[in-house]
Each structure stands twice: as structure tokens, then as C-alpha cells.
Ligand binder design. Structure first.
Ligand code: GLU
Length: 420
């Protein structure tokens, strides 16, 4: 299994980042191994009756990285490129993210290899329900709590809640987060990741002595995270000049009307053809001059071949794992880009998921204002901890973020000791 995981380029990347920081922290061998490998790797298959009468068998995975600090937490992704190695890498990153934010969770991630864009809603519902049934023995509101990720939504979470609650014989709202507000979802959860990205981008703009009013941004990805990040940045006065998704990329030097684009993209299943901007090559878009570059799509999009060409001042990693270690080395050597590393930059989502779960367990409801204020407080404090650590030890922001997260996990493991 070790070898199989290490064959995945995404897992290799997560493992390499971990090893580098473990060296810096001088973690001893036993703790290092315990922190690195996932506790549980679960693979299930789901036969689904498709609309055309065929029965298709889908593969799904859930990786629970460690349970030392509480239940595990993380999203469920529907994407054609999902494999076990990628899911395990994403679970590892969820760990450091939860620990950095001091949330009482270990990391997890789920993924089903499928193309939701090519499936009807009915097919997606059947697939989700069957996945929830197959994974039932391994999840619970005190064990493993799922949330939306790429290709899944509030609706996906509502179906999982329904399957789980029907089996349990009672409504179990805390089984998933990022569910509809009507089903005891939290106010502010849908916007939370994008809100966090925009909040931290503004904090970075401030640290660099710039102002929102004179700053510009480029956003790669216009799903839940990218669209809310773009909208919140635009609302804060930042000019969003470039936006892309799987259908194409757009450019408008005077700023794209993000609200109009959201409506257009919903009606046309993508941003391509939006009349309020010019088309641009998606790869070219990434290397245009801007203050804030926001990769909000897949992993490994900033790599050895484009890192030297970036013309941003701030790299706000809304996606998980958008920057390869090779690109990191180039960015570090350049020294002119302020990186908001993924485990901090997109932590708004899991943080408000935590708030949602706490509200569910307490049968209580917080207002959107309460949620977003608490979110900003936690993000601000993690941001300051990170800057302090990076400044003190003269390490990059990514190293500081990972070191803070890994230290929390390693300390808990040391204190708990080994059973038996
Ligand atoms: N999928 C999101 C992430 O990667 C959110 C996870 C959650 O809310 O549990 O952070």
C-alpha cells in the first residue's frame, strides 16, 4: 500500500512537503511515520442504474488520515481524475489544515471517480445515496463528517444526511456539513471558503502596503470557492480582471462584473461566451500581471514550467495543493511573491463546517454575522501565528503553516502514546 500511494504524483507531493517539514522539526522516526500514513483507507464500489438502462459500477474512496485529535473531517469530491492516492493526499492536507486552525478534528477526504458534468441529477442522486449506504459503517457525527468539495454541493450533503438518518431512525444533522440551511446547515457556510480567501487576500494586501482599491486579481476556477472568492474580493474593491473555469478563460482589464458572470455561468453551465469580457488562453491568464492570483481549481497548476513567469504579488491558494514543490522552490528563490498557503487560505470552509457541526450538536442556530465574525477571528489568529513563526525562523509561509499543523498533531500523538 505504501508503494501504491507513493506512485500517485499528488500523494508524493503531500509526502514530500511533509518530509521536508518533519526534517526541519527534527521529528523522531516513530512519530514521523505515525503522522505520515493514513489510519484508514476505505474503497467501495457503487453499481448505479444509468438513465440509458446500463448498470455502471463506480469506485469511491474515503481516507481517514488520523483520529488522534477528534473525529475526522473533510470534503467529498466527484471528479473523473479521482484516485486513492489523490484522496489520501487531500486527507493529509485536511489534517494540517484542521490542526493549524486548532479545530478538534483529524483530516479526511472522499472521492468518487465520475464525471458529474456528464451525469443527470437523478444519476448523481443514486450514486451519492449508494455511496452513503456503502460507507455507513465507517462514518458518524463523532467519527467522520463529510462536506462538499469539487463536483459536490449542498444537495449532495442533503442526500447523504437522508440516507444516514433513515438508517439511524432519527435525524442526524451533524453527519455532514455544508448542507442546506433548511436542513440545519449553517448560515454563511456556502460563502465561507471564498469569504476566507478574500479576507486573507485583503490582509496580505495590507501587509504589503497596498490597498484593495488599487489591487487587481485573477481567479482560476469558478465553482463554489472561486465564485465567492471573486465576488467577495470585487465587493471589497479589488478589480477581478481574469476568471476561468473548465469551459474557458475570460479577461477584462477594467474588471469583470462577477455577479453578472455568476448568473451567466449558472444559465450556461460555464463562463465561456460571457459577453462582458474577452476570451483568453487559460494558461496565459495565469501569468498576466495582477496583485492577487487565486488558483481555485485542481492541484498542481503552478509548476516548474510557469512559476518563474508568474506576475502576481500574492498567491492566494484557494485550491488544495495548487503549487508543486518544484514551483515552491522557484517562488522561494524569487522572494517577490507573498504566498497564502492552501491549508490557511481555504480553511474558511472547514472552519465554518466546524461551526455548523457545533450548532448541530447543540441544537442551536447562529446568525450569519456571528458566523462570519467568528470565522474572521480564527483566520486572523492563524494568519498572525503563521507570520510570527515564518518571521522568527526565517522560513516560507508554506513551511510555517505546515510546521504549525504538523507540530500540533505530533504533540497529541506523543502525549497519547501507543496502544497497546
Ligand atoms: N472540502 C473543503 C476543504 O477541502 C471543506 C471540508 C469541510 O468543510 O469539511 O477544505
Amino acid at each position: 500500500m505504501r508503494e501504491r500511494l507513493l506512485q500517485s504524483p499528488v500523494f508524493q507531493m503531500a509526502a514530500e512537503q511533509f518530509e521536508r517539514v518533519a526534517d526541519l522539526l527534527e521529528l523522531d522516526e516513530s512519530i514521523r511515520e505515525r503522522c505520515k500514513w493514513p489510519k484508514r483507507l476505505i474503497t467501495v464500489t457503487m453499481p448505479v442504474h444509468m438513465d440509458d438502462g446500463r448498470t455502471e459500477v463506480f469506485f469511491g474512496h474515503r481516507v481517514q488520515h488520523h483520529l488522534s485529535r477528534g473525529p475526522v473531517k473533510g470534503g467529498l469530491r466527484f471528479h473523473p481524475a479521482v484516485d486513492l492516492g489523490e484522496v489520501a493526499a487531500l486527507a493529509m492536507w485536511m489534517n494540517w489544515k484542521c490542526a493549524l486552525m486548532r479545530l478538534p478534528y483529524g483530516g479526511a477526504k472522499g472521492g468518487i471517480t465520475c464525471d458529474p458534468r456528464a451525469m443527470s441529477l437523478r444519476e448523481q442522486e443514486k450514486l451519492t445515496r449508494r455511496f452513503a449506504a456503502e460507507i455507513f459503517p465507517f462514518i458518524g457525527e463523532e467519527i467522520d463528517i463529510m462536506a462538499p468539495d469539487m463536483g459536490t454541493s449542498e444537495q449532495t450533503m442533503a442526500w447523504i444526511l437522508d440516507v444516514y438518518s433513515t438508517h439511524a431512525g432519527r435525524l442526524v444533522p451533524g453527519i455532514v456539513t455544508g448542507k442546506p440551511v433548511e436542513l440545519q446547515g449553517s448560515a454563511g457556510r456556502k460563502e465561507a471558503t471564498g469569504h476566507g480567501v478574500a479576507f486573507l487576500a485583503s490582509r496580505a494586501i495590507d501587509k504589503l502596503g497596498l490597498t484593495n482599491g488599487s489591487a487587481s486579481a485573477i481567479v482560476q476556477g469558478f465553482g463554489n470557492v472561486g465564485s465567492y472568492a471573486a465576488e467577495t474580493m470585487a465587493w471589497a474593491g479589488i478589480k477581478v480582471k481574469g476568471i476561468s473555469d473548465v469551459t474557458g478563460a475570460l479577461w477584462n482589464e477594467n474588471g469583470i462584473d462577477v455577479c453578472a458572470l455568476r448568473e451567466f455561468a449558472a444559465a450556461n453551465r460555464g463562463v465561456a461566451g460571457f459577453p462582458g469580457a474577452e476570451a483568453i488562453d487559460p494558461e496565459e491568464m495565469l501569468v498576466q500581471p495582477c496583485d492577487v492570483l487565486v488558483p481555485a481549481a485542481l492541484e498542481r497548476v503552478i509548476h516548474a514550467n510557469n512559476a518563474a513567469q508568474l506576475k502576481c504579488r500574492i498567491l492566494a491558494e484557494a485550491a488544495n495543493g495548487p503549487t508543486t514543490p518544484e514551483a515552491d522552490a522557484i517562488i522561494d528563490a524569487r522572494g517577490d511573491i507573498f504566498v497564502l498557503p492552501d491549508v490557511l487560505c481555504n480553511a474558511g470552509g472547514v472552519t465554518v463546517s466546524y461551526f455548523e457541526w457545533v450548532q448541530n450538536l447543540q441544537r442551536f442556530h447562529w446568525s450569519e454575522r456571528e458566523v462570519l465574525t467568528k470565522l474572521e477571528t480564527l483566520l486572523e489568529s492563524a494568519f498572525e501565528r503563521l507570520l510570527h513563526y515564518a518571521g522568527d525562523r526565517q522560513v516560507s509561509n508554506r513551511t510555517a503553516a505546515l510546521a504549525l499543523g504538523i507540530t500540533e498533531v505530533a504533540e497529541v500523538k506523543k502525549k497519547r502514546g501507543l496502544f497497546p
